[in-house]
Each structure stands twice: as structure tokens, then as C-alpha cells.
Design a protein around this ligand. Sequence first.
Ligand code: 5GP
Length: 211
Amino acid sequence: MGEPEHLRSTYNDIHNIIRGTSNKIASEFKPDMFIAIGGGGFFPARVLRTFLKDPSTKKNIPIQAIGLSLYESLPGTTVEQLNGEVVRTQWLGPDPGKRLLGRRALIIDEVDDTRKTLQYALNELQKDVEAELQLLPESERDSKRTKFAVFVVHNKLKPKLGKLPPNIPYFAGAEVEDVWLDYPWEVIDIEEHDRLAKEDEERKNITVDEH
Ligand code: 5GP
């Protein structure tokens, strides 16, 4: 099997993709909290904050961090077992449910590949919320239930193994084929990365011109 095709994104590419989606997120979801999935979601969350302010206070939107690692699925693993493959390396501090109650929380990652990580993150955060809601009188629960949405810089167009419920707003900055994305924060030599990204871009333009 050959090397999978790579797509190199520069810091500027990512900044502009995020900028391009920020109005839609502001008007359609109005988050007042970001939950960045580390490490890939940290930089996108910080950039998105530049374009969005808390809708009621006009202040910066707080960024909470969670860390998740995806372990390769074993052959024969069913969708029900998916959550077992994602491992928490970091979670919201003490009383996670309390931090979330009443908020409009946007879960942020750099890429939606199989969607397992996003499914896991949403399920676990919703569990924290439901546990906290049980401590409130029943009449208050619905109004305090956290509203979640998802933002990814890139969504890979491929069959997804993880699922997100249809009532969860989903924002993707860009849709891409099923290629391997190289992010600028992963490389040691950023000048070389940018040079190669430019070369790829020029090659793509030549190919398009030829058709
Ligand atoms: P999932 O398969 O759960 O949607 O993605 C899990 C994680 O795998 C992502 O958060 C990301 O860290 C990593 N990942 C998936 N596809 C890519 C890719 O094309 N490039 C990079 N750098 N990481 C990826």
C-alpha cells in the first residue's frame, strides 16, 4: 500500500477557514463556552475566540480543555464498543457538570475523521450534565440542560464510525477528501512546511488549468 495522500495546511489557511465559519457559528449557535479537545483543538479554539464574543457579556469566551486519545480499533469491534477505544488524558476540573449547566458549549477539534472522538466527547459531557441535573428540582432541569454544538476545522468526507445526534448543530470550516492532513503545529520546520504547502497549491493549480 502506498503512502496516503497528504494535504498541508498553513497557519494562515486555518486562520482563514475559521474566520470564514465564525459568522455562521455566531448567528446560529451563539456559544458562551468553548471545550477544546487537545491537542489539535487548542489552536482552533483560540483563533475562533478572536472572531466571537460572549453574546450577552461581549467578553472573551472561556476555553476549557479536555484531552482525548484515540486507540486503533481491534478487528471485529462494534459501534457499541467505540467508547472503549477513546481514552481520556485530561478532563474538566472538579464538578464538571456544574461548570456546564446552563451553558451553550461549543466542542472544538481540528479534524473529524472517523467521528469517534467527537461522539465520545459529546456522550461523556452529556453524562456529566445529566448527573448534575439530577441534583436540581425536576422543574428546573430542562432550562439548565447544557446546549452543545460541534466545530471542526476540517471534516473528512468519508463514512463515519461515530455518530452525533441530528439535534446537535455541527459546523465544519472545510470539507476535504479522505486524505491525511498535516497541521502546522505538528511540524518542526515551519518554513519548510509552508514552502511545501505552496508547492502543493501551485501543482494543484497547474492540474486544474490542464483540464
Ligand atoms: P476521529 O477518527 O476520532 O474523528 O479523529 C481522532 C483524532 O485523530 C483527531 O482528533 C486527530 O487528532 C487525529 N487525526 C485524524 N485524522 C487526522 C489527519 O488527517 N491529520 C492529523 N494530523 N490528525 C488526524
